[in-house]
Ligand binder design. Sequence first.
Ligand SMILES: [Fe+2]
Length: 299
Amino acid sequence: MTIDSSDLLKKAENVPTFDDVPWDFPVAWDPGGGESDGRAAVREVVHRYQRHGFAIVQLPRGTTGEHSLAPIAEALRLGAPFVPPLYRLNGNTPPVVSRISAGLNVSTPDATHPSFGRTSGQRLHTDGTLQDIGEIRTTLLLCQSVSRTGGDTRLFNATAAYAGLLATDLPAALALATPGCLVRRATVNGSDDFNAGPAFAVVDDQLVTRYSLTDTDRWEVPDGISADDLWRGTAYLEKCAEDPTLYRELRMAPAQVLVLANARLAHGRTAYTDDPRQPRCMFRTLHEREPSPELTPCP
Ligand SMILES: [Fe+2]
């Protein structure tokens, strides 16, 4: 299969950057602050999301609960949360908001889920890798309570790293854009579903990724692709994840929400230990849209 390099090169000119991220200044989000304040907050989130690939929102102190995400999704015009089809297998009716908490999910079906039910670290990945590349545009992650130690959120600017590969080693970059090079296999809910897609592509005029390095993902050399090209590309990206201009870790505070461009950045988590009296707890929703300041009606 021949990949159109001109489209990749053109869209690589517009990727997120971690330059000048206002790390210590989340966007204040106060529902009681009036309409103009609300619109200004939405505009600022959209601006940071487009420029940096993410934004941190600070809700009023004490805001908790899985229902806190819906008003933010509505204000950002993200549409209804997406629930991966494998969670509906075997007649299951999963919640649209996922609870990520090893301490609170002990006696639930999520107790063995590698992210939702364990304190271990998570390697870099994108959410929804069983879906087509670019399908899950946005992840919302609400921090309700923090861990005693660890549990930092890892952010890797995968599309900016890939833009560097395109500029320096085109054959390696094209190997990573070839369908079948990145295989994700499901391991939850009895599903054996899998998706063998590219790691990078242009979708809807945007360079997007499904870069993922977890235990359920693996690289494969597609037909017609040189193994050397593919392994040079994967090694380049792993090296980029040591570069502080492309990789950062941040510790979210209670009542903060990460608005993440899931198709632009990869993310992960460091391992954590809990305070048994108040375990770490995060809530997550997935969305097929990017945030928009446009005042279009929600579906
Ligand atoms: Fe994730």
